[in-house]
Design a protein around this ligand. Structure first.
Ligand code: NDP
Length: 340
């Protein structure tokens, strides 16, 4: 067996749907998750591509997640819409909340989407990028499970808590960044464990509290926030924004709920959308876009720079024709899961 398998994006979607439906996900959830997984493979973000399918399956197998409950939409305030995911995975809830969020942002200038009781193992850039494609500025925040020690500490407490931001660029795809508040994403550590690769310095400490580059020691010990106290404070803010603010779980509580250790944390997600036409006395869309472009051009004048999301957009040009490559071992796992 060769070490890798090349799949078209259509294959990726079909494999994802086949595995999920074989494990009791209904068509709406399987389709929404497969869309998210396929987008990750398309953009060469392997941590959130097919690699994640076993996490979705384990969530339902454990009884801690549902693959069939239908998310419920409601209004919390004039500019705050809520989706109760009802212990399903987040993609369908996010898709359900997108249109009302965008409409409320256009009506009020700023609006928020509260997603409660969602299991989240995906990236955040899809939700903010889609909003920026609608000419909105967007933020998204999600907590996780206790993986990261607070600055100076040794015990895992915070999630890897990512935040994402997207900025509309007119005719160009939005600028978006999406980053964990840990030095290294959990998925990256898991991939390095699988591939036998060491961690970079400063990513983690082992159970003994000492720095480690061994992915197994890191998973048994604690990850570290990026940038010391600064990353730790961002992780803290995300805990508050997605836990106490939304009436949902902290990462430590999500860890307690995950009794089967599926690695699929449950909790809240906050998405904020702003209509830039309502934030300035200058109502000139073209001038605003050009103003942002001036900054981007200045950044790119400096050798060694690039804009966040450009890597993904470059991959997005290639993968529809070239396909994506995944390890043969992952393909075999998925084939087994779909009963192949
Ligand atoms: P990375 O460190 O790989 O990248 C973070 C961001 O920085 C990306 O937007 C990336 O853009 C950008 N970037 C990277 N290099 C440069 C550069 N030289 N100049 C400018 N921008 C750059 O991501 P993380 O490891 O922090 O996170 C990976 C993913 O994991 C995220 O999508 C996050 O949402 C997800 N995650 C999900 C969790 C969950 O519980 N659901 C928990 C934690 C993380 P580009 O994409 O173009 O490379």
């Amino acid at each position: 067996m060769s070490e890798t398998v090349t799949l078209t994006l259509q294959d990726v979607h079909e494999v994802a749907v086949a595995v999920l439906t074989a494990h009791g996900f209904d068509d709406t959830h399987a389709g929404a998750i497969a869309d998210t997984v396929t987008a990750a493979e398309r953009d060469e973000c392997p941590h959130h591509g097919l690699f994640r399918i076993p996490y979705y399956v384990d969530g339902v197998r454990s009884g801690l997640a549902s693959g069939v409950a239908q998310p419920e939409l409601s209004e919390l305030a004039p500019a705050v819409v809520r989706v109760d995911a009802r212990y399903t995975f987040a993609p369908l809830s996010l898709a359900l909340g997108e249109e009302p969020l965008a409409a409320l942002a256009a009506e009020h200038g700023i609006a928020a989407l509260v997603v409660n009781n969602a299991l989240h193992v995906a990236a955040l850039w899809p939700e903010v990028e889609r909003l920026a494609e609608r000419d909105l500025v967007a933020f998204a925040f999600v907590a996780a499970a206790p993986y990261v020690a607070p600055a100076g500490g040794r015990e895992p407490l915070f999630g890897t808590n990512p935040m994402a931001f997207a900025w509309p660029r007119g005719d160009r795809p939005p600028l978006a960044f999406d980053q964990a508040s840990s030095a290294c994403a959990r998925g990256e550590i898991q991939l390095r464990l699988r591939d036998g690769r060491e961690l970079p310095d400063g990513a983690a400490i082992g159970p003994d509290g000492l720095p480690t580059s061994d992915p197994a020691q890191a998973l048994a010990g604690a990850q570290l926030p990026f940038g010391g106290a600064k990353g730790s404070n961002i992780a803290l803010m995300i805990e508050l924004l997605t836990g106490p603010l939304l009436g949902d779980l902290l990462s430590i509580e999500a860890g307690e709920r995950d009794t089967a250790r599926t690695g699929a944390p449950c909790g809240g997600e906050l998405v904020i959308a702003m209509d830039p036409a309502r934030f300035s006395v200058h109502h000139d869309r073209e001038a605003r876009i050009a103003h942002g472009e001036k900054l981007f051009a200045k950044i790119l004048e400096q050798e060694g720079t690039r804009l966040p999301s450009d890597r993904r957009y470059e991959a997005r040009l290639r993968t529809p024709s070239e396909g994506v490559t995944i390890p043969a071992s992952l393909y075999a796992t998925l084939d087994g899961l779909r009963g192949g």
